[in-house]
Design a protein around this ligand. Structure first.
Ligand code: ATP
Ligand code: MG
Length: 414
């Protein structure tokens, strides 16, 4: 599980703030998903033979003997939430969530057992316009983060249920000739989940796959048209993408459009955001057939891409120091008044007493531009002393009630 120290958490916040404001600009509304769901929810919706369910879930029995699982992803829970709370029938929804996901993955750079996702899920829209909108929104996010040069879009269509089945059969027939040469996981997947073999990172398997039948040749008319329209929409917005017929996504619920935003900067942890269409999901939950489409982005991986360029801003603006008991009390009062007077400025009080020199050293190290000094003299005369820390100016004394105005003006005129 990953620890986030303040500088990392600030970067996560930075990403979340930008992503959140863009989601809001597209009319998405946030939902709060439980961290725990019944294990059955994931087993059924994500799929028994997927990596997530087969090997990555943190599951346990509660005191009632119920099998629960720490959410490994958000789509199943979000669809359940929407269905259980009457958000789906006869409506369209654009929803989003954020939070920790848990998978028993092999920890390494960009891959953790607790990681952060922001996900969006749309219900009731057949597309392909909603897919295009989702992808344009993603693109806007990468631009806002300054990452558009590091992330590229790959899309594919899985077709509808029947197309997917036909393709799967053709793939199995083709791969049967090479069975002994496939990696162990892929051999097993021949029985359990053949499409997942396309996801293999194993070199010989990849070579064999190069000549495999292509999914795009197996699409039925309806899904072929859907995909063509989506491509046309992306073209008309000059959104760059490539069609990668080997993108399958590891989860069972997808049909038609699937996509991944990938980077070359993080080794095997290439996907920073992935998603697709899942028109059968709500029905599997017992609802009426309802189209759905969504994505989840990995905040940890975006954070790694931003690391080089992001500087966290932990600097204070004003630092209050005090000498003596009475001043120590007043320091807190003055700091409160300054926080009332100043907008978006950080006011730090030196707590714990000590010599003036040591306190001023801390003031300097805090990055603050102004130090407010309160000693016995200042208390006696209802004044404060102000020392500018980043420019050489004589220390000045000021009537206490003028401090707020002084600081406001100081920061306003830079
Ligand atoms: P991968 O192929 O890298 O394991 P995935 O297909 O399992 O990814 P999804 O289930 O699509 O990933 O999750 C959506 C996003 O969440 C991914 O694109 C990635 O950015 C992020 N993600 C997935 N697993 C992890 C993890 N263990 N640690 C950090 N981020 C992750
Ligand atoms: Mg994975």
């Amino acid at each position: 599980m990953r620890d986030l120290v303040p500088a990392q958490k600030e970067m996560f916040r930075h990403i979340e703030d930008l992503v959140r404001s863009i989601l809001s600009a597209y009319g998405y509304r946030e939902v709060g998903l439980p961290a725990l769901e019944m294990t059955q929810l994931f087993a059924r919706l994500v799929g028994e033979s997927t990596d997530i369910v087969e090997k990555e879930m943190y599951s346990f029995q509660d005191k009632n003997g119920e099998s629960l699982t720490l959410r490994p992803e958000g789509t199943a829970g979000c669809a359940r939430l929407a269905q259980d709370n009457g958000l789906i029938f006869n409506q369209t929804q654009r929803l989003w969530y954020s939070g920790a996901m848990f998978r028993y993955d092999r920890p390494q750079k960009g891959r953790y057992r607790q990681f952060e996702q922001i996900g969006a899920e749309c219900f009731g829209m057949e597309g392909p316009d909603i897919e295009a909108e989702l992808l344009l929104m993603n693109w806007r996010m990468w631009k806002a983060l300054g990452l558009e040069g590091h992330i590229r879009l790959e899309i594919n269509s899985l077709g509808d249920g029947k197309d997917k089945q036909k393709y799967q059969n053709a793939l199995v027939v083709y791969l049967a000739d090479f069975k002994q040469e496939l990696d162990e996981d892929s051999q097993r997947r021949m029985e359990t989940n053949p499409l997942r073999i396309l996801d293999s990172k194993h070199q010989r398997t990849r070579e064999i796959l190069d000549a495999a039948p292509q999914m795009t040749d197996f699409l039925g008319n309806a899904s072929e048209q859907h995909f063509a329209q989506l491509c046309e929409m992306l073209d008309s917005h000059a959104l760059p993408y490539v069609v990668n017929p080997q993108i399958v996504r590891g989860l069972d619920y997808y049909n038609r459009t699937v996509f991944e935003w990938v980077t070359s900067d993080l080794g095997a942890q290439a996907a920073v955001c992935s998603g697709g269409r899942y028109d059968g999901l709500v029905e599997q939950l017992g609802g009426r057939p309802t189209p759905g489409v969504g994505f989840a982005l990995g905040v940890d991986r975006l954070g790694l891409l931003l690391e080089a360029s992001f500087t966290s801003s932990d600097a204070a603006d004003v630092f209050v120091v005090s000498m003596g008991e009475a001043a120590r009390l007043q320091a807190l009062v003055i700091a409160e008044e300054l926080r009332d007077a100043l907008v978006n400025k950080k006011v730090t009080v030196h707590c714990g007493g000590g010599k003036l020199k040591a306190q001023l050293k801390k003031a300097d190290a805090s990055g603050a531009k102004l130090a407010i000094i309160l000693g016995e003299e200042e208390i006696a005369s209802s004044t404060v002393s102000i020392k500018t820390l980043r420019e050489s100016q004589a220390q000045i004394a000021l009537a206490r009630e003028k401090l707020g105005d002084y600081c406001t003006r100081y920061f306003h005129t830079g």
